[in-house]
Every structure is written in structure tokens, then in C-alpha cells.
Write a protein of this length. Structure first.
Length: 557
């Protein structure tokens, strides 16, 4: 076949089997690469169409393609979909009976199955290795490959054994796929699968149809209900950090007349499955969930994703928000942010093994920078994934649409750094602010601070003002948190340099992220809705949506 004929052939298969008339993004190039038997590394955002990249070549090549997938729900979802397309695919996992397992294996060996989905736990079982050694395997796809990396957001230790097992099956091409694009994770995956020489296909991570907003978490329950009232009847996901909070918020929403249900790993599997199905089938509008919900959930018309609690990492945040607007239409991503949440997570990390704890802290710190920064959210997210985004005003985030008012903070930042230095970098935020404002407290008295030049230098500004200065000095890395002593602030190298040669630095006004502390209240009807969720922002969104809808013929990515 000539190259042109081959391309025609791929396209007709795409239409004939899947019913799509066009490849999206890099799909075609990726498929060609796999068909040439080369190791292939695919990095594409959630919803961009990674599955097709191995499903189509699996049909064309001789033999059986193995797809390694981390979740039973995910496998089932895909196998059901493929079967509906008339493709013979099956999975091998702990939900099958002995009889079913034998039937699946027989069908694999006689060549009637083209794709076999396995969990890494099943793959490493001896009897399964023996069976796969007898099968005619064409290639191995490692889906959700970031599970290999401890830097990813869903690390799965069994994923680290995959390469060893593939080695036992022969010299097979590998295609690894993930939506996690940070350089750290990428490198980990390639090393672990020994595919440093793979051809890498990386797509842009810009989700142009998503609108990103971060709101200070002040009266979160009320804020949430107000937001949802504007989006009544639409499909959405609300992420919370704990199972307890999931239950509480689901209850709150029900009391307030929303069609919502909880989802977390502690629920009875039958209930969990029912809630998921109800969501997919539109019997429910809202799922309130822990991060256990969502990987591989293919619901195209999710209109909003709310992070009720601060996520543990930007990667997680990006993945979770990525579940909105998969159909290319509007998707609103709202996160509530407070320092209380960050402190809670830091305390939670405290007892982890050192390496793990340090990783978690770095990830969390990046999260804080993102939330507190006045810079375009889209630019920050893309930068995090190693992508430059130069557009001055993205039109799709709160910081671009409602820029925060800023002020020249050079002299203030200097005072904050000096205060940390002269107190020997042994104290936390509140104490530093007291020193700056010349307020006596037990430490100040015991420390003879009145001899210090910086003492009382900032007495004309309020406590809140100085807290905000210290926090933003942290965000701009002039100060840094002490790894070993929670709460203690140190001066960074950057901060020392700044003191020597101070330069212009703009801080945001109204920089306050303190929870009002009404979190423990009972679920009750929220009646005071006079201050409905930012009308102004909503109207801007509406017009943005229209524009996007008019450009619908454009692919969403
Ligand atoms: P990912 O794994 O990258 O998150 P999926 O493989 O689940 O994404 O695909 C997301 C959606 O895009 C699915 O509904 C899929 O059917 C659809 N899709 C994939 N490729 C195409 C295409 N070429 N044209 C139209 N729809 C596509
Ligand atoms: Mg996928
Ligand atoms: Zn922006």
C-alpha cells in the first residue's frame, strides 16, 4: 500500500468502526507510529481522545493488543463502548468468575478478541503471565501511565512492575498514554518503561473552553449554593477532600433542592455504581465526590467542576477541572481557596515519610502560588505543564476578566524580609506582623525587639494589610516556609538578593484567604441569596459561551 492509500485506509476504518469523520490533533500521526512498531509516548489532555490512539491500531494489526488500565470502572466503560461499536474487546480482572476468565482466555488464544484490558494487579499474576506468553500479542498500551510516577497524582505501585512483565512476553512495542504533562512525571514514565527513545507526541494543554476562577473560601456552603443556583439543572462535579465532607455537602445540596448524590470509595460499591450511572444517564445533575470519582468518566456535557476544598496538587486540579466541557462547549471551573485548607493539608502531610512529605509540600506550595497569584490562571497552568502561553488577556479566567488591583510593594516587601531576618528566621506570620507593627506580645517582650530598627516600622498599616504582604512575599518566594517547622518563615536566596537590590514588585490588594470558620454548621437551606454569584462575571461568561458555540466547527483543542 502506498502512503496515501494507507492514510485513506485509516480514515475509512475510523468512519466505519467509530463513526468519526476526522482524526483529532495528533491521533493520526500517533496511530501511524504504532503501526510501524515503534515505542510511542502520548501526552494529551483529558478528553482529547487518547483511547482511539491504541484502539484503532489494535484492530488493524495482527494479534491481541493488551491495554493496561488502573481502574475496573474505567475498563468496563471502555469495553462496553467498544462492544457497542461491534469490536470484540474484553477485560480480565477480579470481578470475573472462574468460568468467565477461562472463556476470555480461550477467546484471546483463538484470536477472536482484539483488545484485552487488564489491571496491573492481574497482569502480574503468574497464571496470567503464562497465558499471555502463549497469546499472539501485537503491542502493549499503558493507559493513565502517570500512575507509574510518585510525582503523579494517582501513584499506583503495581504500575512500576509493568515493564518487567512486558519483558517476559517478548520484545513488544509499548504505547504509554497520559494526561499528566509535567516534565518530572514524563521522565519518570519513560525511565520506568525503558522507553527513553520513544517518539513523543505532546498536544497543547490549553482548554480554551474552560473558565477558571478561584474564590476566597469565606462562607463556603453559602457560596456554593449561590453558585449552583445560577447553574441549576446543569451537570457538574463537586470535589471535596474527605468522605465526611462529601456526605455533608451532598446532604446540603439535597436540602437545597438540587439533584445531587455522593461518590467516594467508602460507599457500598452498588450505591457508588448507581450514583455514577444516574449521573451519566442524567437522573442526577451533580455528583459530590472525592478524587476517587472521575478518571475515565466520559460524560461530555459536564458544565462545571467545583473544588470545594483546595486540591493537593495542580496536576490533580487540572485533571479534575478537565472533566468539564469535554464536548468543547462551556465549562466553568471554580475553586474555593483558604489558608485554613492549606494548613490542614500541611498537617496531614506532616507524618508521612520524609521524601513523600517533601514532595507533597512542594506540590501544595505550587497550588498556593496558583490560587493566590494575580497572574492569568491559564498562563500559570500551562507554564506548569511546560507550555508557554503569551496571550495578554486570555478572556477565560478571573484574573484576566477582573484583574486584581495591584500596588507597588517594594518597600513593604523589604520590611517583611527584614522582620524575618532580624528575628533570626524563627517565627511565623503572626509574630512577624506584630514585630512590624510594633505590637507587644509574649515573644516580642522576651526578645528585646525595641532595639530593632524594623520594630514598629509598619505601625500605620493594619494587621490584615501586613499579613497580606507577608503572604505575597511567600508567593513571590522572597520568603519561604521552613520544611521542618510548620508555620516558621525563612528568607529565601531570592529574598536576600531583593534586600540588596530591591526592585519594583506589584502585590495584589484584597489578598485575603481566611475561612470564616462556619464550616461545621449543619446542612441548612441557604435563604439569603440576595448577593447571587457574581452576576457580572456570569454575564461575561455567557457571551464567551456564545462565541465558543458559534465556533463549534472548530475542534475543542
Ligand atoms: P482521553 O482518554 O484522552 O481522556 P477519550 O479517549 O476518553 O479521551 O476520548 C474522549 C472523547 O472523545 C470520547 O467520547 C471519544 O469517543 C471522543 N473522540 C475521540 N476521538 C475522536 C475523533 N477523532 N472524533 C470525534 N470524537 C472523538
Ligand atoms: Mg483515557
Ligand atoms: Zn487568563
Amino acid at each position: 500500500m502506498t502512503l496515501v492509500e494507507e492514510k485513506e485506509n485509516l480514515k475509512s476504518k475510523l468512519k466505519e468502526v467509530f463513526g468519526y469523520s476526522q482524526f483529532r490533533g495528533n491521533q493520526e500521526a500517533i496511530i501511524e507510529n504504532i503501526l510501524q512498531g515503534k515505542n510511542t509516548f502520548v501526552i494529551m489532555p483529558t478528553g482529547a481522545g487518547k483511547s482511539l490512539c491504541y484502539q484503532l491500531p489494535a484492530l488493524i494489526t495482527d494479534g491481541l493488543a493488551i491495554v493496561i488500565s488502573p481502574l475496573i470502572a474505567l475498563m468496563k466503560n471502555q469495553v462496553d463502548q467498544l462492544n457497542a461499536f461491534g469490536i470484540n474487546a474484553q477485560f480480565l480482572n477480579s470481578t470475573l468468575s472462574k468460568g468467565e476468565i477461562n472463556r476470555v482466555k480461550r477467546d484471546c488464544l483463538d484470536g477472536s478478541i482484539k483488545l484485552l484490558y487488564v489491571a496491573p494487579e492481574s497482569l502480574t499474576k503468574e497464571e496470567n503471565i503464562a497465558f499471555l506468553q502463549k497469546a499472539n500479542v501485537s503491542f502493549v498500551a499503558v493507559d493513565e501511565a502517570h500512575c507509574i510516577s510518585e510525582w503523579g497524582h494517582d501513584f499506583r505501585p503495581e504500575y512500576r512492575r509493568i515493564k518487567e512483565i512486558i519483558g517476559l512476553l517478548g520484545n513488544l512495542p509499548i504505547i504509554a498514554l497520559t494526561a499528566t504533562a509535567t516534565p518530572k512525571v514524563q521522565l519518570d514514565i519513560q525511565k520506568n518503561l525503558q522507553m527513553e527513545n520513544a517518539d513523543v507526541f505532546k498536544s497543547s494543554f490549553n482548554r480554551t473552553n474552560l473558565f477558571y476562577t478561584v474564590k476566597p473560601k469565606k462562607h463556603a456552603k453559602k457560596q456554593l449554593v449561590q453558585f449552583l443556583q445560577v447553574h441549576k439543572g446543569k451537570s457538574g462535579i463537586i470535589y471535596c477532600l474527605s468522605r465526611k465532607k462529601v456526605a455533608e455537602i451532598a446532604e446540603l445540596l439535597n436540602v437545597n433542592g438540587f439533584r445531587a448524590a455522593p461518590y467516594h470509595a467508602g460507599l457500598d460499591p452498588a450505591v457508588r455504581e448507581k450514583n455514577q450511572d444516574d449521573f451519566l444517564n442524567e437522573n442526577l445533575d451533580i455528583v459530590v465526590a472525592t478524587i476517587a470519582f472521575g478518571m475515565g468518566i466520559d460524560k461530555p456535557d459536564v458544565r462545571f467542576v467545583v473544588h470545594y476544598d483546595v486540591p493537593k496538587s495542580l496536576e490533580g486540579y487540572y485533571q479534575e477541572t478537565g472533566r468539564a466541557g469535554r464536548d468543547g462547549l462551556e465549562g466553568e471551573c471554580l475553586m474555593f481557596y483558604s489558608h485554613n485548607d492549606i494548613n490542614k493539608l500541611e498537617k496531614f502531610n506532616k507524618d508521612k515519610p520524609v521524601q513523600e512529605r517533601d514532595n507533597a509540600r512542594i506540590l501544595l506550595q505550587e497550588m498556593s502560588y496558583y490560587a493566590e497569584s494575580p497572574v492569568c490562571r491559564r498562563r500559570q497552568l500551562l507554564h506548569y505543564f511546560g507550555e508557554e502561553f503569551e496571550t495578554e488577556n486570555c478572556g477565560g479566567c478571573d484574573n484576566c476578566v477582573h484583574p486584581k488591583e495591584r500596588y507597588e510593594a517594594k518597600d513593604f516587601a523589604k520590611i517583611a524580609i527584614e522582620a524575618a531576618l532580624v528575628t533570626e528566621e524563627r517565627f511565623g506570620l503572626n509574630h512577624l506582623v506584630d514585630v512590624i507593627r510594633g505590637v507587644a506580645n509574649q515573644y516580642v517582650n522576651s526578645y528585646n525587639h525595641d532595639k530593632l530598627e524594623v520594630y514598629g516600622k509598619g505601625s500605620e498599616e493594619t494587621k490584615d494589610f501586613w499579613k497580606s504582604v507577608v503572604r505575597q512575599s511567600l508567593i513571590y518566594e522572597l520568603l519561604q516556609k521552613d520544611i521542618d517547622n510548620i508555620g516558621v518563615l525563612k528568607v529565601s536566596d531570592k529574598g536576600r538578593q531583593f534586600l540588596q537590590t530591591p526592585h519594583s514588585i506589584l502585590f495584589a490588594k484584597d489578598h485575603e484567604y481566611v475561612d470564616a470558620g462556619d464550616e461545621e454548621e449543619e446542612s441548612e437551606r441557604v435563604t439569603n441569596t440576595s448577593k447571587a454569584y457574581d452576576e457580572n462575571l456570569f454575564n461575561i461568561l455567557k457571551s464567551l459561551r456564545k462565541t465558543i458555540a458559534q465556533q463549534k466547527e472548530l475542534p475543542p483543542y
